[in-house]
Design a protein around this ligand. Structure first.
Ligand code: DGT
Ligand code: CA
Ligand code: CA
Length: 573
């Protein structure tokens, strides 16, 4: 946050405290207006103060000016300090829970001493809330619902959800009059696995305020978080969207700045400084002269570097590589020839082998590996040996019909002792074997690592699936020594999966990078359970690209013949 945002946040926080304390509404309004005014300022408040013009700002009275100056000097103002001592800030968050608001939050605080969501949940469970005057069963039920909604809003989104929302907003924005360009920025453009809020930039012949007003017209007032010339923020489907108006002339500079990451910007600016240049969201400057600002490429070029793809902008060596002209040639969707991990109706998928073959062929693939669950995973319809024979036969038939090659695979359970859920004789009948841990997640690091290492030693195992077992927003990774796994994978010629399912995205991109550097092949599998999920390939690619992977690092980019060669190699043939 820059100083303006910090100050605006402090003023807004004060206004919330005053609401909680049932202060006079004009007082509350004064803080809200001042916060809004600071937020839309086109220069730093420190500059305004340096000119002695804080009092001249519209919506800023004498008393407010004193607080602002105090904030500039100390980084806080005493009124807010006092309020924070009196009432814990977590109470303010409770006020935002749908169904609560200041009145009820205060009642809960005064009578039950409830200060945060955890205490509130407990009191709801114990029936203490419904017993309060003016609450009752219905209100309690509303609060429970509101809490779970708020939880959803504050957790980071899966990238697939962010993509859908961004597409909808982009389409709507394009229909607003005066709009020219629309571009996603922030973590979504960097294709991070989870997204905090969605940043969208646009250019327009009309003012940002007009555009923001038109775009948010009809929205619930409570969902509009900020409405100013430079930025409009609102909740859409409960998720925060930041729209920013960008000047055409400075498009590249703004895009570069708002794409981030903040971590990438730090060494980049340092590098600019070496040449006495200054990089900001408005351009790359030398003294007062603009050196570059129109396109991102211009900026990187003027800094003596190659263009850095957004996925690499995390300050993980990309700046040095761009300077040395040694950035990777990242893998692209057009390089993909097949999907390593698709479920069919033989286990818990929704489609037949035939349907999958047709869809994969339509996607332009040369091959697809259909991997269902093995027998011990009964809840997911795991196949016993007899059913597996049927599947093998059916795949032979389907292969006669299509030019694409369907490979018969299974996602085989790694048992507690590291042995596999089928005998080697059964495994030898399969074209491709993916092994995975599906149980014993609470085991020690040594135990789980040992299971996976043993599985990799089996000559029939080609790929290890979703290595860490994490589910985004749902389940932490189990304890596993990924470095040891990578080492063993290199030694045994086992590939590691990049599971493209949006709630998994497992291997992490940084481990995918490490694996590739250690000479391990990566295999993107969508883990698709329905034809529509075959498109998750792009999320696997995002991980691959963030992991600096090139075409040569992925099994998905090789021909059917080369894939078969790879698969038979481990079996010693
Ligand atoms: P998120 O939303 O948590 O997934 O992550 P980002 O990267 O989208 O972060 P966000 O939305 O806070 O800001 C969007 C971009 O704006 C961020 O990637 C870089 C830029 N930005 C925001 N605040 C700052 C800042 O204080 N300094 C710098 N250098 N860049 C900033
Ligand atoms: Ca963001
Ligand atoms: Ca943002």
């Amino acid at each position: 946050m820059n100083i303006n945002e910090q100050l605006a946040a402090a003023l807004e926080k004060t206004s919330k405290y005053l609401k909680f304390k049932k202060e006079n509404r004009f007082k509350i309004r004064a803080f809200e207006d001042a916060a809004e005014r600071i937020r839309v300022l086109d220069e730093a408040i420190t500059e305004v103060a340096a000119r002695g013009e804080v009092e001249k700002l519209p919506s800023v009275g004498k008393g407010m000016a004193v607080r602002i100056k105090e904030f500039i000097e100390k980084g806080w103002f005493s009124q807010l300090r006092e309020l924070e001592k009196e009432i814990p800030p977590s109470v303010l968050e409770l006020m935002e829970v749908p169904g609560l608001g200041p009145e009820r939050t205060r009642a809960l605080y005064d009578s039950l001493g409830i200060k945060n969501a955890r205490e509130l949940k407990m009191a709801l469970r114990n029936g203490k809330v419904s017993a309060l005057d003016g609450f009752g069963e219905k209100v309690s039920a509303n609060i429970i619902e509101g809490l779970s909604r708020k939880e959803k809003y504050t957790e980071r989104m899966q990238i697939s959800e962010a993509d859908l929302l961004a597409e909808a907003i982009t389409a709507r924005l394009k229909s607003v009059s005066g709009i020219k360009k629309v571009q996603v920025a922030g973590s979504l453009r960097r294709r991070k696995e989870t997204i905090g809020d969605i940043d969208i930039l646009y250019t327009s012949s009309r003012s940002g305020l007009e555009t923001g007003r038109e775009f948010t017209a009809g929205m619930d007032k409570k969902e509009i978080l900020a409405l100013g010339e430079e930025k409009t923020s609102f909740l859409y489907s409960g998720r925060q969207i930041d729209l920013r108006k960008i000047d055409e002339e400075r498009y590249g500079a703004a895009l570069q700045y708002f794409t981030g990451s903040k971590e990438h910007a730090v060494p980049l600016r340092k590098h600019a400084k070496k040449f006495s240049m200054k990089l900001s969201e408005y351009g790359l400057f030398k003294d007062v002269k603009t050196v570059a600002s129109k396109t991102e490429k211009d900026i990187y070029e003027a800094l003596g570097m190659d263009f850095i793809p957004p996925e690499l902008r995390e300050n993980e060596g990309e700046i040095e590589a761009a300077l040395n002209r040694s950035l990777p040639c990242l893998v692209e969707l057009k390089d993909i020839k097949g999907d390593c991990h698709v479920h069919s109706e033989y286990s818990d998928g929704g489609n037949s082998i035939d349907e999958i073959a047709a869809a994969a062929q339509k996607a332009g693939y040369s091959w697809v590996c259909i991997c269902d669950h093995s027998k011990s995973l009964r809840i997911a319809g795991g196949l016993d040996e007899r059913k597996l024979e049927e599947k093998i036969k059916e795949i032979r038939q389907v292969n006669k019909k299509y030019s694409i090659e369907v490979l018969c695979g299974q996602e085989v359970d790694i048992r507690d002792d590291g042995s596999l859920d089928y005998s080697n004789e059964t495994l030898s009948k399969l074209d491709v074997v993916i092994a995975a841990v599906h149980s014993g997640f609470s085991g020690s690091r040594q135990k789980i690592t040992g299971r996976v290492l043993r599985a990799m030693e089996n000559p029939y195992v080609h790929i290890i699936a979703h290595l860490s077992g994490r589910l985004l927003n749902e389940r932490e990774a189990y304890a596993i020594d990924i470095n040891a796994v990578i080492e063993k994978a290199a030694e045994t010629g086992t590939a590691l999966e990049i599971n493209a399912y949006p709630r998994r995205l497992d291997l992490y991109y940084n481990y995918a990078r490490l694996a590739a550097r250690s000479g391990v092949k990566l295999a993107i599998g969508t883990d698709s359970h329905h034809l529509s999920e075959l498109a998750y390939m792009k999320y696997g690619l995002d991980v691959a690209r963030r992991g600096w992977l090139e075409k040569k690092d992925l099994l998905n980019t090789i021909s059917t013949g080369a894939l078969k060669e790879f698969l038979s190699e481990k079996r010693g043939g």
